[in-house]
Design a protein around this ligand. Structure first.
Ligand code: MOS
Length: 756
């Protein structure tokens, strides 16, 4: 799924829920003043219900699937960044003993290094590799360009035939920026750049396909079992009813597994040709070449303010690059976060001969927040103002600055207060770079705001199944990417049914289960938890009716407490859970649905504020993050422990992007030169500081019946600007490009020297 479609999805627009049911769903009754619910389990720290399976290695990931007679599928990829494929000869590969099938995957042009050209299925890895080496491909080399700045040149090779390399991406305007800048007493102008960040999930992409007669079963490492089912049916021209997609356990996706992969179709085609199951698992190298990354950005900001800090105008000019796909527009934070009357945005995308980008953990907002919040800190310095006060001064209670709808809830101010207190904000250098020196080391504190969607998807379905033996199952066709979905489903079901999470059997990760949306856009918990709650409330009603029959009282008179059902009027009349469940006589299903939202009246967003303390070595350019505080407004937290680990994960990933993660391309060969985890650095435990995770107490009665908002992406959005602003506070000059490698830190220090 490309950035645009993903953003629409995360916003709650154009949902793929079948039969227009989402549109028909009734909004939840608004209850903003409702007292805080007295939950027993929701909001507490529940250990993961599947923790033991995962840490003991018993959990079955896609890479663990082994089927009888299974073949190994391998894909041959173009070493060239641009070429005409004149001919492909599969003959010698097919003649190799042990090779069961081979397919051509490209006719015509190759547009990037790593594009698939052919594939084989063989009895084992080695035979498959040998077969790939035997495939003869006649490439006619074509000119290419992989550097986005060079791609903008009028004489640069054209990436897409007959189309320019630079295209408009996004335009937005409100008010009159010229007027706003004329009213400004202080104006700051600066450009910020973000590099290409690769998703690098622990488990690489892959699928195992098996045809059972006309029915195709695919085990897939995906964030979207229902979507892959539909896309695969279309690609293979078979009915969706004849396809089942299963994803049991998963080692992360971060957006790179939202849509069906080419390799999934390859596995299904090879399996059909060979008449045997086929698995296609991508390598770490493939991961760097052909399954997406976060696009780069080059954001030029101009911000004007009065002396008291009130913003008068903001303009943004951005160039984004997403290879053969459009880049992400990054403007939403600039447009939405602050109450600025005059705002103008112009964004362009630059096409290059590089594999297509894919949505990555808060696409657009993450690089956009780096640019905006960095510029806000530079403005605060120009105003000689506390950066946090500048943000409070321009606080917006409405979406889209001054023009849009009020937020259903906005706990950002609470996050500012919580975070500032926890980090000790008063310890920051009053002016950037004025801190005491400890040898070559300088310390500083910085912060950034977070803004994202994460309201969830109306129409999400979940079932509760009650069995006469007392066991309880919760079933939903969602997926657990490693985030803790199983646990939050068990928590909500247990809370509602008066049980413990360990009493609940959770079934998820199959397209045969009730419909749920992609697990992306931070919408899993706010989609699934309310649906489970609805199903469980209906199950309780059913149990009360059954208990009423046994107790010979009115169902309205029955209360549930301490694993019994009793009469309110006559507490002596009671029945145990075991007795009532037995009276069900057969398994009993309750269908739950996630209700709608009043999108006419409210904007639905998530917020947060992150604070970092860093130490910078002004001789070597090294940056160390010493302490980190994250305060999030994600509404009602379902399971505190899994929520905290989401936040720690977001910080870890953001710290990598801030300090070392960057994919490097070679101009001469047009390929990635660091397609592995040795040369592409991700953080290790030694890089991770002391982290404090805080949740603002926000009750949102408009968003869904539980007041749950998303968290996965909100925890990632503000990390690199918080660290960059801390570096600025430490050394007195802003490192305007991430990752902030030692070389870039030293270059920024050089800029400061030449300015003074
Ligand atoms: Mo996403 S970009 O899968 O949260």
């Amino acid at each position: 799924m490309r950035g645009k479609a993903y953003i629409a999805y995360a916003r709650g627009e154009g949902q793929a829920r079948p039969a227009g049911k989402a549109a028909a769903a009734k909004p939840a009754p608004a209850a903003p003043e409702a007292p805080k619910p007295a939950y027993k389990i929701i909001g507490r720290s529940t250990p993961r219900v599947d923790g033991r399976e995962v840490v003991t290695g018993r959990a079955k990931y896609t890479h663990d699937v082994r089927l009888a007679g299974m073949l190994v599928g391998k894909i041959l990829r173009s070493p060239r960044a641009a070429a005409e494929v004149a001919a492909i000869d599969l003959g010698p590969a097919l003649a190799l003993p042990g090779v069961a099938a081979a397919v051509k995957l490209t006719e015509g042009r190759v547009l990037y290094a790593g594009q698939q050209v052919a594939a084989v299925a063989a009895v084992d890895e080695r035979t498959a590799d040998e077969a790939l080496a035997l495939i003869k491909i006649d490439y006619k080399a074509r000119p290419f360009v992989v550097d986005w700045e060079k791609a903008r040149d009028a004489n640069a090779p054209q990436v897409r035939e007959g189309k320019p390399n630079v295209e408009p991406l996004n335009d937005y305007a409100r008010g009159d920026v010229a007027k706003g800048f004329a009213e400004a007493e202080v104006v700051v102008e600066a450009a910020y750049r973000t590099g290409v960040e690769v998703h690098n999930p622990t488990e690489t992409h892959g699928s195992v396909a098996v045809w059972e007669g006309d029915h195709l079963v695919v085990y897939d490492s995906t964030q979207n079992v229902h979507g892959v089912r539909d896309s695969l049916a279309r690609a293979l021209k078979v009915p969706a009813a004849n396809v089942t997609v299963v994803k049991n356990y998963m080692g992360g996706g971060f957006g790179s597994k939202l849509a069906m992969g080419d390799y999934t179709v390859v596995a299904a085609r090879l399996a059909r040709l060979a008449g045997r199951p086929v698995r296609v698992l991508l390598s770490r190298r493939d991961n760097a070449l052909c399954v997406g990354y976060r696009p780069s950005s080059h954001q030029a900001y101009k911000i004007g303010a009065r002396k008291d800090g009130a913003l008068t105008a903001l303009s943004l000019l951005n160039y984004a690059s997403g290879g053969v796909a459009a880049g992400d527009d990054v403007a939403e934070p600039a447009v939405d976060l602050y109450a600025c009357p005059h705002c103008k945005v112009e964004e362009h995308t630059v096409y290059t001969n590089v594999g297509a980008q894919r949505a990555m953990r808060a696409p657009g907002h993450t690089p956009g927040m780096f640019g905006l919040e960095s510029a806000m800190d530079e403005l605060a310095a120009a105003l000689d103002m506390d950066p946090l006060e500048l943000r409070r001064k321009n606080y917006s209670t409405k979406n889209r600055g001054d023009t849009g709808l009020p937020y259903s809830s906005k706990g950002l101010a609470a996050c500012y207060d919580l975070g500032a207190k926890a980090i000790g904000w008063e310890r920051r250098n009053r002016r950037p770079g004025e801190g005491p020196a400890r040898g070559p080391w300088r310390r500083g504190l910085g912060m950034s705001s977070s803004l994202w969607f994460g309201a969830g998807v109306p129409g999400t379905l979940a079932d509760i199944v009650l069995y006469p033996d007392g066991s309880v199952e919760v079933v939903c066709g969602t997926q657990d990417l490693g985030t803790g979905t199983r646990t939050h489903m068990a928590v909500v079901a247990a809370e509602t049914l008066g049980l413990e999470p360990k009493d609940i059997t959770v079934k998820l990760g199959s397209s045969d289960y009730p419909w749920a949306p992609i697990s992306g856009g931070s919408l899993t918990a706010p989609s699934v938890a309310p649906a489970v709650r609805d199903a469980a409330l209906k199950a309780v009603e059913r149990l009360k009716a059954v208990a009423a029959a046994r107790l010979k009282v009115d169902a309205a008179d029955v209360v549930m407490a301490g694993r019994t059902f009793a009469s309110k009027a006559d507490p002596a009349k009671s029945a145990t859970f075991a007795e009532v469940y037995r009276d069900l006589r057969r398994e009993t299903v309750s269908h739950g649905e996630r209700e709608g939202m009043d999108e006419e009246r409210f904007a639905f967003n998530t917020f947060g504020a992150h604070f970092a303390e860093v130490e910078v070595n002004v001789e070597t350019g090294q940056v160390r993050v010493l302490k980190y505080v994250a305060a999030q407004d994600s509404g009602q937290i379902v399971s505190r422990l899994t929520a905290e680990s989401q936040v720690v994960g977001g910080i870890t990933q953001g710290l990598g992007a801030a300090l070392f993660e960057e994919r490097v391309l070679d101009d001469a060969t047009g390929t990635v030169v660091n397609p592995n985890l040795r040369d592409y650095k991700i953080p290790t435990s030694l890089d991770i500081p002391e982290i404090t995770v805080l949740f603002a107490d926000v009750q949102d009665g408009h968003i869904n019946r539980l007041g749950v908002k998303g968290l996965g992406e909100p925890a990632r959005v503000p990390v690199s600007p918080a660290i960059a602003n801390a570096v600025f506070n430490a050394i007195g000059v802003h490192v305007r490009e991430i990752p902030m490698t030692p070389a870039r830190v030293l270059a920024a220090l050089g800029r400061k020297e030449s300015a003074s």
